[in-house]
Ligand binder design. Structure first.
Ligand SMILES: Nc1ncnc2c1ncn2[C@@H]1O[C@H](COP(=O)(O)OP(=O)(O)OP(=O)(O)O)[C@@H](O)[C@H]1O
Length: 246
């Protein structure tokens, strides 16, 4: 589904990602851990093709097609979607109108999702204007769902969200990522950035990675990676990597 090879990316002339490799198969959900400033959001924004994220070398393939140089709209048309960490307020645009504009799902399915996400009262409000942190996250998940994408990039869906809403979002993300279906029927893939292990209790994650200083340092079973980080810290992951490389 997604094949990133030897990717080096600069922002404002500074190299943020260097020689990064990441492969996500169809129906797989991966989680990305990493300390603040390690380049996690940069990676997602580069995959989506946002301006300012300059690919210096390497390639990004999505559904077998090289998208490294494609504009954002074409990547979205192909089936990519990003749930933003900190989306801006959009004054003058109602959430309902935005969802109508981007929606590829049927009206009744979107309405069901609005109800599941407890967003009925927000549909006639301007997007993110005065929304609480948790409401912003629920609105983002609705927008992503409406686009009916094949690969969803989630940038910290659980940050600033209370315990009950994390549970709600976790269940919906699991559903959106086809985790209720048997593995051979799963068609959607996901990459989730998180700082918290709680997402692993809610979403069935296949593989975890640690991004450290702009590169993937460790990959493996989600629980094992998380325990390693909690026990020994991110620096230890980097040390493992250096030993493996030498
Ligand atoms: N437009 C920019 N101009 C300059 N530096 C930038 C820009 N955007 C990102 N960076 C830098 O790139 C580095 C990686 O940022 P990024 O947001 O990808 O980190 P992150 O791993 O997602 O962090 P966090 O966990 O805190 O969200 C940071 O040092 C950041 O300051």
């Amino acid at each position: 589904m997604l094949e990133i090879d030897s990717l080096t990316v600069s922002v404002d002339g500074e190299v943020i990602l260097e020689n990064l490799d990441l492969h996500i198969g169809m129906g797989e959900v991966h989680v990305l851990f990493g300390p603040n400033g390690s380049g996690k959001s940069t990676l997602l924004k580069t995959v989506l093709g946002l301006p300012g994220y300059r690919v210096l070398s390497g390639s990004i393939k999505f559904k077998g097609k090289d998208i490294t140089d494609l504009p954002v709209n074409e990547r979205v048309e192909l089936g990519l979607a990003l749930e933003y960490q900190n989306p801006p307020p959009i004054a003058g645009l109602k959430l309902q109108d935005l969802v109508d504009l981007i929606s590829k799902e049927s009206g009744s399915e979107v309405d069901d999702m609005v109800e599941k996400l407890n967003l009925e009262q927000h549909m006639n409000r301007e997007v993110n204007v005065g929304f609480s942190g948790g409401e912003v996250k629920r609105s983002e998940v609705l927008q992503v769902y409406s686009q009916n994408p094949d690969l969803i990039l989630f940038d910290e869906p659980d940050s600033g969200v209370d315990v009950e809403n994390v549970e709600l979002l976790g269940k919906i993300i699991n559903e959106m990522l086809d985790k209720k279906k048997k593995p051979s029927d799963r068609r959607r893939s996901g990459l989730i950035i998180t700082h918290h292990g709680s997402i692993l209790d809610l979403v069935e994650v296949d593989r975890a990675h640690v991004l450290y200083n702009g590169a993937i340092m460790c990959s493996g079973k989600p629980r094992e990676i998380l325990e390693e980080i909690i026990e020994n810290g991110y620096e230890n992951c980097a040390k493992c990597y250096r030993i493996e490389q030498s």
